[in-house]
Design a protein around this ligand. Structure first.
Ligand SMILES: C[S@@+](CC[C@H](N)C(=O)[O-])C[C@H]1O[C@@H](n2cnc3c(N)ncnc32)[C@H](O)[C@@H]1O
Length: 213
């Protein structure tokens, strides 16, 4: 690893050249697919970035806590929530989630591509402990991806480094079946507009589980 995924790193990302594209991204399709049919309750989005997922959850009736280490990202996210008329349904928390602890448990704990300066699977362990009984854990993460090279116009963005990635097998191995009912464990690829507008293929891991009472 050539740098640490610390607050300075993320502040630079959120004030750098990728910030505009990241600030206008659509809500994650895995979130919509997995959570769209659930009864709304309380939710936390861990590493919410510019808030697309937090705002979407709020529009679906969830009461949302949205946490991120990067203040510039949260500033954009708050503006998006106000613009979507859900500003009152989202509490924004600027915190380092490798050490921060909520004082409550949530009906939904979700995270999308957050990779802090701690081992990725230990981060997932941490946020899994924030799920209330009967609640849902949804992890959407990066798979380490080398690209297929078989799409002539495909523009590969920098691969997520291995330490920021996890496989479905590695994530589910840490979810004790006595505590968790596994609902989804998938690895897939999808093509989306990259920061420069050109198609970019990314590889995702999606794990969804429900905490037993
Ligand atoms: C790749 S971005 C993804 C943002 C958003 N979830 C999305 O899908 O567009 C990862 C996010 O995790 C946040 N993050 C990284 N380390 C963190 C930490 N220790 N505590 C809280 N947030 C963190 C970053 O600031 C960044 O917004």
């Amino acid at each position: 690893m050539t740098h640490s995924f610390d607050e300075d790193y993320w502040d630079q990302i959120w004030t750098g050249e990728r910030a505009v594209a990241m600030s206008t991204a659509e809500p994650n399709p895995h979130l919509i697919k997995e959570i769209g049919g659930l009864e709304p309750g309380t939710a936390i989005d861990a590493g919410c970035g510019a808030g697309a997922e937090a705002v979407w959850l709020a529009t679906q009736g969830w009461t949302v806590t949205a946490a991120d280490i990067a203040a510039p990202a949260l500033a954009v996210a708050e503006e998006r929530a106000v613009a979507a008329a859900v500003g009152g349904q989202v509490e924004w928390v600027q915190a380092d989630l490798s050490i921060w602890e909520p004082n409550t448990r949530f009906d939904l704990v979700t995270t999308h591509y957050a990779h802090p300066a701690m081992p990725q699977l230990e981060f997932y362990d941490r946020i899994a402990s924030w799920v209330a009984a009967h609640g849902t854990l949804l992890i959407v993460g990066h798979l380490h991806h080398h690209g297929t090279g078989d799409q002539p116009h495909e523009h590969e963005r920098p691969h997520p480094p291995a330490e920021a990635s996890a496989t479905a097998t590695a994530i589910t191995a840490r979810l004790d079946p006595a505590t968790w009912e596994l609902v989804t464990a998938e690895e897939s690829q999808r093509t989306m507009a990259g920061p420069d507008g050109r198609p970019t293929t990314i590889a995702d891991v999606v794990v969804r589980a429900t905490r037993r009472p």
